[in-house]
Design a protein around this ligand. Structure first.
Ligand code: DX5
Ligand code: ZN
Length: 222
């Protein structure tokens, strides 16, 4: 993939002024909105649900990259499609019948993603990589923004890149958690195509400039 993708995570936005932050992303060089849905069961936190995503969708002018940190995601696939999702990512650890789930996501017209927790090896995707549009490698334990990046991620990115090439697949590699201007370039060099960034973007007084800097960091080595 030639152009790397930067996806600001709305989890780190100001929920009392959501429209302002959505317009900021609209007017920035960001590529996608990353939307984290947490159910308090799969992860020890609850974020937001359908009414909030509906409000985001109304104003967002870029694709919604929805990351489900929920058990039994099959129940809501059509709902997230109706809400305007472009990519729907489920967790490997939450899906007993992952192949069926991916086909159900694609049947709605959305791209199908699979997220891996930090302890889950890349090898579990060997038999299904050809069916996956995006793999989200969690570089923190899912559930919260603002955590420290796990260094083992670099090795997983390289392994995933090798798997994608060996199977002649067309899968996007996304990194989620603890992404900053300190690791963006190295992640791109290792093979990442899409970087999610929450607190690094929204904690800055000039979030648009941060997004621009992330883009320039990944461009120079792509
Ligand atoms: C974590 C979420 C991430 C989170 C990233 O469970 O999946 O998308 O928003 O936040 P930062 O960039 O602050 O680590
Ligand atoms: Zn996420």
């Amino acid at each position: 993939m030639a152009n790397k993708i930067i996806a600001p995570s709305i989890l780190a936005a100001d929920f009392a002024n959501l429209q302002i932050d959505i317009e900021m992303v609209n007017n920035s060089s960001a590529d996608w909105f990353h939307i984290d849905v947490m159910d308090g069961v799969f992860v020890p936190n609850i974020s937001f649900g359908m009414p909030v995503i509906k409000a985001i969708s109304k104003h967002a002018k870029k694709p919604l990259d929805i990351h489900l940190m929920i058990v039994d995601p099959d129940r809501y696939i059509q709902t997230f499609a109706d809400l305007g999702g472009a990519i729907l990512t489920v967790h490997y650890e939450a899906c007993t019948h992952l192949h069926r789930t991916l086909q159900a996501i694609k049947a709605t017209g959305m791209k199908a993603g699979v997220a891996l927790n930090p302890h889950t090896p890349i090898s579990v995707l060997e038999s299904i990589i050809g069916d996956i549009d995006l793999v989200c490698i969690m570089s923190v334990n899912p559930g919260f923004g603002g955590q420290k990046f796990i260094l083992e991620t670099y090795e997983k990115v390289k392994q995933l890149k090798a798997l994608i090439i060996s199977k002649n697949a067309n899968t996007i590699i996304e990194i989620d958690g603890g992404v900053t201007d300190q690791n963006a370039q190295a992640l791109a060099v290792a093979g990442a195509d899409a970087l999610v960034a929450g607190s690094h973007v929204f904690s800055n007084n000039n979030p648009k400039a941060v997004i621009g800097t992330l883009h320039s960091l990944v461009k120079s080595d792509s």
